[in-house]
Structure formats: structure tokens, C-alpha cells
Design a protein around this ligand. Structure first.
Ligand code: PMP
Length: 325
């Protein structure tokens, strides 16, 4: 019989698919890594299980512990899968701009969800970071995972995602494009890939309303760069420990509108129903296409599945309200 013993054993080894239509006017070979094929439909399944295992090894998680995490939704799902396997209770704090599907999915798999205001500073006691931190203080035998500063996050991508990309491209990858949220994906993959081949270009996708691009280019943390935006999962108002800027060659900012419109094109023109940040990454690629040549092999991370955005990106009324169509 051919089966696995638990759903979490299906995490990783995601497929690499060539884009054909959107990329017609781009000289290079463009490949997308479909992290939506993970059992929880996002790249965060990978770090969910590994952050739990690392916390257990350090004695931070014990029998009966409560796992707490601040998340845009996907990490909550990844952690919840691990929590089910190991028998932990899971509490998630999430900003109110995130899609209703993400909230319902988390509840469906048994997590308690606390919704917090999006438009407050990270230090504000109402922010999703602060609420999670305070819960850890209040609840006995609880553990705040903190994917932003917990280095198990990028280690997972160094040990798993990076090597997968290297093997799938037979070492022929020339560019990696990934949205940057916690920075775990891009930094972990880059640490591995640049060790294998120093001149692989690593391009991070950022949003308008995020501090990353300016910080990378000037070293200035400019609070004026921070304002609310609709794109989910990428851009930050803090500098997480998981981002190591020396591995990132360039940050490209993409507008909310371009990200949303490109997410829809990915579904219509390539048959790939992906999330909001995937559209941002492809839109970033299009903005940067002048830097590519025929012999290049570009890998773009598709972090999550489009089913999480049916009431937003794939809903005409929402798109019109945002003036995106
Ligand atoms: N896209 C989506 C949809 C995400 O949820 C995240 C994680 N916040 C990212 C991209 C960015 O990944 P990372 O946190 O590893 O930088």
C-alpha cells in the first residue's frame, strides 16, 4: 500500500512549472514554484512544523502547551497542522485586513482566532504582535512562536526549499524572485543558493507602504514609508531578524493594483489559481524584465493558493471598490 502516516508528511517537494503566456515578451525561462501544493496550501506549512519541532527540542513546548502566533494567516495554518499532530492548543492573532477565508480556515482546523486592528503601530498594545506577546505572558505553559524573529523560519528554507530549487533546476537557476514578509523564505533560500553559486541574483518583492526597499538601499528605517496597503503577506513595518539584507540584491516595489490584477491574470492565462503575493511577484518580474536575457532561468515563489482570496482578488465587486478594475 502506498500512503503516508500523517498529512504533515506531505509538506515540501512542491512542483516547478513553466509560465507560457504572461511571459511571452520576456526573454528568460520563467518557472514558478507552487507552494500552494503543500497540504495547508501555503509555503508556511514548512516552517509551521519545523518551528514546533525546534521549540520542543529547546524545551519551550511541552505536553499541554498552548501555541500562540501573530500571522497574516498562512503561518497559523502551518502551525495548526503541527498542533493537531502533536496535540497542542493553538491561538492566532491576525490583523483585520486579512481575507475572511483565512479566518474561517483557521477556525475550521481548530485554532482560536483573535482579530486585531491593522492600522496601529507595532508597539501599540492593540497590534497583532503585542496582543500575541501579552497572551504569552498571561497564559501558563504557552509559547509565542514569533515567525519574525524565530530563526527556525529561515533555517527551514535553507535546509529544504533552497535545496529543492537547486535540484529541480539542476543548478541552472540564475534568479530567484520572492515576496518578503518575515524574510524567512528569501533569506533561507538565498543563503543556500548563493553558497552553491555566488552570482545567483536574489530579487525581493516589496509593497508600497513597507519599509524594506528604502532600508535596503539607504540603511534608513523611515516611518514615513509606512501606511496601510491591501496586498497580503508581504512588506513590513518592522525589520524581522529573519531578513538578512546582504543576501538580497534588489527590492522591487509593486502597487496593490498591479499585484491584484496580475494575480487574476495568473489564473486566467496560466491556469494557476494563486494568492495575492504571487501576483505581486509576477508583476515585479514584469517590471524587471529588461534585466533578463535568453539564457536565464528565473524561479518565482508562489506562496499560497487562490482559494484564500475568493471574496477579494477574485471578486469583481471588491476589485471595483478598490478601483483595481
Ligand atoms: N506571501 C504570503 C501570502 C505570505 O503569507 C507570506 C508570509 N507572510 C509571504 C508571501 C512572505 O514569506 P516570508 O514571510 O517567508 O517572507
Amino acid at each position: 500500500m502506498n500512503y503516508v502516516n500523517h498529512i504533515t508528511e506531505l509538506i515540501g517537494n512542491t512542483p516547478l512549472v513553466k509560465l507560457n503566456n504572461i511571459t511571452k515578451n520576456i526573454k528568460a525561462n520563467i518557472l514558478v514554484k507552487l507552494e500552494s501544493f503543500n497540504p495547508g496550501h501555503s509555503i508556511k506549512d514548512r516552517i509551521g512544523i519545523s518551528m514546533i519541532q525546534d521549540a520542543e527540542k529547546k524545551g519551550l513546548l511541552k505536553k499541554g502547551s498552548v501555541i500562540i502566533e501573530s500571522t497574516s494567516g498562512n503561518t497559523g495554518m502551518g502551525l495548526a497542522l503541527g498542533a493537531i499532530k502533536k496535540g497542542y492548543k493553538m491561538i492566532v492573532t491576525m490583523p483585520d485586513k486579512m481575507s475572511s477565508e483565512k479566518i474561517d480556515i483557521l477556525k475550521a482546523i481548530g485554532a482560536e482566532v483573535i482579530i486585531t486592528p491593522t492600522n496601529v503601530e507595532p508597539e501599540d498594545p492593540r497590534s497583532y504582535y503585542s496582543v500575541a506577546r501579552n497572551l504569552e505572558k498571561k497564559i501558563k505553559n504557552s509559547f509565542y512562536v514569533n515567525q519574525y524573529d524565530n530563526l527556525s523560519n529561515r533555517k527551514t528554507h535553507y535546509e529544504k526549499t533552497g535545496p529543492e530549487i537547486w535540484e529541480q533546476t539542476n543548478g541552472k537557476i540564475t534568479h530567484l524572485i520572492a515576496g518578503v514578509g518575515t524574510g524567512g523564505t528569501i533569506t533561507g533560500c538565498a543563503m543556500f543558493l548563493k553558497k552553491k553559486k555566488k552570482n545567483i541574483k536574489i530579487w525581493g518583492i516589496d509593497t508600497y507602504g513597507s519599509v524594506y526597499k528604502k532600508f535596503h538601499e539607504t540603511g534608513i528605517f523611515d516611518k514615513n514609508e509606512i501606511y496601510s496597503y491591501t496586498t497580503e503577506g508581504i512588506g513590513e513595518d518592522i525589520i524581522p531578524k529573519n531578513v538578512d539584507f546582504k543576501y538580497i540584491d534588489h527590492f522591487e516595489k509593486v502597487t496593490d493594483k498591479n499585484a491584484a490584477v496580475m494575480t487574476r491574470r495568473l489564473a486566467k492565462e496560466e491556469g494557476i489559481l494563486a494568492g495575492n503575493s504571487s501576483g505581486a511577484a509576477i508583476a515585479g518580474l514584469v517590471q524587471l524584465k529588461g534585466k533578463l536575457k535568453e539564457t536565464d532561468n528565473v524561479v518565482i515563489i508562489i506562496p499560497d493558493h487562490g482559494s484564500r482570496y475568493l471574496a477579494k482578488i477574485y471578486n469583481d465587486t471588491w476589485m471595483k471598490t478598490q478601483k483595481f478594475i
